[in-house]
Structure formats: C-alpha cells, structure tokens
Design a protein around this ligand. Structure first.
Ligand code: TPP
Length: 584
C-alpha cells in the first residue's frame, strides 16, 4: 500500500475507516463510543453502515459473533480504548475458541502517548495477542483501508477467527489518502483449502477396510458449508454420524444414522460408537477434552483420519494416522468421488450399524418429569423447539440449559445453533441472539438462557427494545447456578457452596423485562407452558422474555465425570449403560 498515492482522495483516518467498512460490505457495527474512537463516530453518523449502540462492549462482541454465526458473514464490533477495549476481551476469546469471524475495531490513545500510561491506555493488542487470529495497530491514516480489508479477509478465510484493528486517535484525526481497493499484503498467509490427493486416497482406503467406522463431525463442517457433501458421504457409505456441540444441525437429528452428540453430556450411542470404533473420520473437529474425556482411553481401537483446515489442530490431542489439511467441503467432496469409484469399495459395516441402532433405541435422549407438579426444564425446552420449528435460530447461555438445548431442540438444519462451546461464556445468549436477529430479521430467534447467565448480559434487551430487535428469551429459572450445583450434588456431597441464586422472586424477571421495554411473561405450571410459548411466538414487534420457573434438582444426563474415561458414562446417578449386551 502506498502512502503517497496522489490520485487517491484526501480523507481523515476516521472517514477512511467508515469508507472502508462500507466498501468491504459491512452492514452493521455493534459498539459504544468514547474518547479515542470518537473521531470515527462522526462520519459513522451519516454512513450506510448501521451502528447499534449496545449497553456493554461485551454485548457488542457477542452480538458480532451472533450476527456472524447466523449469517456466515463477518461480524463487527467497535469500542474505545482502555476499558472499552478490555470489555471486548471475553467475546474475542470466545470467537477465537469457536472460530467465529469477527473484526473488533478499537480506538487507541494517540501514537506519541503510547507507553506513557495515558488516560484510558491499554495495550489491547498485547492483551489479545493469544486470542486473536491476527491484530493490527494502526498509527497512520493511510494504513486504515489496508488494515480493514486485511482484517475482513483474515477473519473469514481459512479457519475463521477474530481480528483486532486498534487505531490510534491521531491516525483517525489526521488526513491521508484513501484508495479502494487497497493492496492486501499478507506474506505467509495462504490457507490451504485443497487437500492433498494422496492423503484423501489413503483415507478412502482406510474407510473401505474399516468395519466399525464413525463420522466424527465438528463445527468446521458448518463453517465450510459442507453439509450437502456430508449427507452424501454418510448415505453413500451408511457410516454412523456423531455431531459435536458446535456441529448440531449439520446432519439432521431425525436421520437414522445420526447417533447424536458425543462427549461429557453426549448420548450413549454417540459415546459408545466412538469408544468402540475401529476408524474415526474426524472432520472439522478438534478432539476437545469435553468430547474425548480421558484422552488416553478415548476410542482406544480406532485409527484416525483427521481433516481440518487448520494444520495446527491435526495430531494436537490425538495422533492422526491420516492427516488431511483442507477445506471440509473439498475434503468430503473428494472422499465421496473416490468411494463411488471401483477402486474403493464401500465398507462392510452391517453388524456395526445394527448394534449402534440397538444402542440408540435402548438409550434415547430422555428425561423424567418431576413428580411434584413443578416444571421440567427439558420439557420446556423441547416444547419451545417443537412449537417453533427447526428453521428458527436458537442461542443459549452456558450451563445445564445449554446441554438440554443441545439435546432437545430440533436440530435438523445447519447454522441455526449459537452457543459458546469452547470458552463456555456465561452471558453469551442475550447479545448473541440480538446479533442473530439483526442478521436474520425475518426468522424467529430464541435465546434459551439460565437465570445465572441472564443476569450477566440481560441489559442488551434494552438495546433490542430501542433498536427494534424482537428476540425471544426463555429464562430457565432453576434458582441456581445449576450446572455447578449438579457437580456439587455429584462430587461435593451436596454441599451447595454459593450456587443458590435465590432467584425465586428477585429479580422479578418479567418485571425486569418490562422495565427494559420488553414483554415479560412467566410460566410456573406444566399447564402454562404451551400457552406462554404461543403468546411469545405471537409477539413480533417487541422483545419477549419468558421466565420458566423450573425444578431446581433436574440434572443433565448422560454424563461422563471430568477426567474420567468415556467408558464410564452414566445415564443417571450411579447408573451405567449395560455394555455387556453390545457384542461388537
Ligand atoms: C463467565 C462465566 N463464569 C462462570 C462460569 C462457570 N459456570 C458454568 S455453568 C455455570 C452456571 C450457570 O447457571 P445458569 O445460567 O443459571 O444455568 P443452569 O446451569 O442453571 O442451566 C457457571 C457458574 C462460566 N462458565 N462462565
């Protein structure tokens, strides 16, 4: 990029920033102004880019994530220097862990003041270095267009992720030349998308020879938009599929070959399939500890084909027998072509499939209704899904309600599920739902939140009310930090240290909702559930919060205790599945 392009028009850095956002196709920016970023807000006032004024920068970051996940486009958030920037740290880390393409733009103190402990100075680039895919510190107006164009390119290509653009105030104020498109100069950044043909052939050979293969499918297959290829591969070969927390919906739950979600709270069929497999075909997934349990005892008899766009993932946790670096759409597409040819016969897996279908039938995802007339959280979540349908977008917080949502919502379509899988960020739900609704205004967007999580970021409902973003939030109120309480029940002899939120009436969630400009509803009895969901679905001109007062002792099952082997999965307290019946 040239700093002396005489043909380029003169603009301030702030104008260059806004022009760059317009040129790169950004539709919306979630943010809050402040001193260092203030120059940028002046041209933004008249821009075609919509700015949504959030109530907390964490909300801006999660909203950018929600927008990105729901649309497949890059989400943008903006904050001032110092505390504005540090408030973005959690969503940036969240986006990094879950490979979500966002660009975070922060104001920085003027370049000569950097390092002087100037007012609201924070080295946000240094702070976020380990949790960004890349970051820029821009100190000259001529560099802004290139930094923004590069940031969008890096965030959205290869393995997606967050990119920070920190711009000094003097760079925003000074005049410089603006040229679009800028030259993007990223030496060394060439994500590999096309897999190595020899590796794919080797993978096809292993698949042909396998007798107990499993397609272990992660979020990378959604990011690669490879669900069509996945369905073709699964149906061509008959190989059973497990979909991780990040991949729910990439393969329909109603499909007989779908064994469900693997891992700590996975189904018996999914966990059992992985443990007994002789071949894992791992696609866009990272052998997360929540999936593998005790790594040394994970899938002990399996060879591993591991395909991922990020070479750093391959053999990170589990050594791959056949590593494949490439885009999931290309990898799966090429596997399908090979397995259709005579050189690579389809595997003989009839006995394996039959045994897994039996397992799935014997251990379906189910729950018991409380016998004291109180609400079952699982029933509530299931009914929300059944009454709303699979085409809606569903965000969740973190905790028991997240795991129930992962099991009981209708996961039939890809890209409808927004949750914080890697970082496990309480407070993700409300702002992520807001971002999703901004990106998908014609779709129903539900947030399934916990009473604990909701109290971390619910102020973004004010933003939703004022900006005309009619999300629907279900607060699953079990009056406690339920997931932590469950661990205390199981591993700390029921000593409930600091998990009782006492949220039976404080806060009064419907009143809080009304105070924020939303419609507030409540259901306390099983008979109220359908009526209140119906009512929520009928309101489309305001955000709705529905409090469901549920039984506080409901637990999420199945469960593999932290650090335990997946072989020790329990279907209820002290109840293990009867593996003896599995003769594989
Ligand atoms: C920011 C943050 N703080 C703490 C935790 C630890 N944590 C995980 S789940 C959970 C409880 C969540 O409670 P709630 O939102 O009521 O959901 P529930 O488990 O009851 O469904 C806590 C405290 C976390 N994941 N994130």
């Amino acid at each position: 990029m040239s700093r002396t392009d005489s043909a380029a028009p003169e603009q301030t850095g702030a104008e260059a920033l806004v022009s760059s956002l317009e040129n790169v196709g950004a539709e919306v920016v979630f943010g809050i102004p402040g001193g260092a970023i203030l120059p940028a807000y002046d041209p933004l006032f008249e821009s075609t880019v919509r700015h949504i004024l959030v109530r907390h920068e964490q909300g801006a970051g999660h909203a950018a994530e929600g927008y990105a996940v729901a649309t497949g486009k890059v989400g943008v958030c903006m904050a001032t220097s110092g505390p504005g920037a540090t408030n973005l740290v959690t969503p940036i880390a969240d986006a990094y862990m879950d490979s979500v393409p966002i660009v975070a733009i922060t104001g920085q103190v003027a370049a000569p003041s950097i390092g002087t402990d100037a007012f609201q100075e924070a080295d946000i680039r240094g702070i976020t270095m380990p949790i960004t895919k890349h970051s820029f510190l821009v100190t000259h107006p001529d560099e802004i267009a290139g930094a923004i164009a590069s940031a969008f390119h890096i965030a959205s290509t290869g393995r997606p992720g967050p990119v920070l653009v920190d711009i000094t105030k003097d760079a925003l104020q000074a005049r410089g030349s603006f040229a679009w498109p800028p030259k993007i100069d990223l030496p060394g950044y060439h994500p590999v998308t096309k897999p190595h043909a020899k590796q794919v052939r080797e993978a096809a050979r292993l698949i042909s020879a396998s007798r107990r293969p499993v397609l272990y499918v992660g979020g990378g297959v959604i990011k690669g938009r490879a669900w069509g290829e996945l369905k073709e591969l699964a149906e061509l070969t008959g190989i059973p599929v497990v979909t991780t927390l990040m991949a729910r919906g990439v393969f329909p739950d109603s499909h007989p070959q779908n064994m469900g979600m693997p891992g700590m709270h996975g189904t018996v069929a999914a966990v059992g399939a992985l443990q007994r497999a002789d071949l894992l075909i791992a696609l866009g997934t990272r052998f997360d500890d929540r999936v593998t349990g005790k790594l040394s005892s994970f899938a002990p008899e399996a060879k591993v084909i591991h395909a991922d766009i990020d070479p750093a993932e391959i053999s990170k946790n589990r050594t791959a027998d056949v590593p494949i670096v490439g885009d999931s759409k290309e990898v799966i597409g090429e596997l399908v072509s090979l397995l259709k040819s005579d050189d690579h016969p389809l595997p003989e897996i009839g006995a394996w499939i039959k045994s897994l279908y039996d397992l799935k039938k014997r251990y379906p995802t189910s729950f018991d209704l409380p016998d004291d007339g109180t609400l079952s959280p699982q029933h509530v979540i299931k009914r929300i899904g059944e009454m709303t349908g699979p085409d809606a977008y569903y965000a969740s917080g973190v905790g028991q309600h997240q795991m129930w949502a992962a099991h009981f919502l209708p996961w039939e379509l890809p890209g409808r599920w927004l949750n914080s899988g890697g970082l496990g960020t309480m407070g993700y739900c409300v702002p992520a739902a807001m971002g999703a609704k901004v990106g998908r205004p014609d779709s129903v967007v539900w947030g399934i939140d916990g009473d604990g999580c909701f109290q971390m970021t619910n102020q973004e409902l004010v933003t939703c009310a004022l900006e005309g973003i009619p999300v629907k939030i279900a607060v699953i109120n079990n009056q406690s930090l339920g997931m932590v309480r469950q661990w205390q029940t199981l591993f700390y002899e029921g000593r409930y240290s600091n998990t009782d939120l006492k949220t039976n009436r404080v806060p009064d969630f419907p009143k809080l909702a009304e105070a924020m400009g939303c419609v507030g509803l409540r259901a306390e009895h099983p008979n109220d559930v359908d009526a209140v969901i119906d009512k929520a679905l009928s309101i489309n001109d305001a955000p709705v919060v529905v409090e469901f007062v549920v039984h506080k002792d409901a637990m999420i099952w199945p469960m593999v205790a932290a650090g335990a082997s997946n072989d020790d999965i329990k279907i209820a307290r002290d109840m293990a599945p009867s593996w003896a019946q599995e003769d594989l």
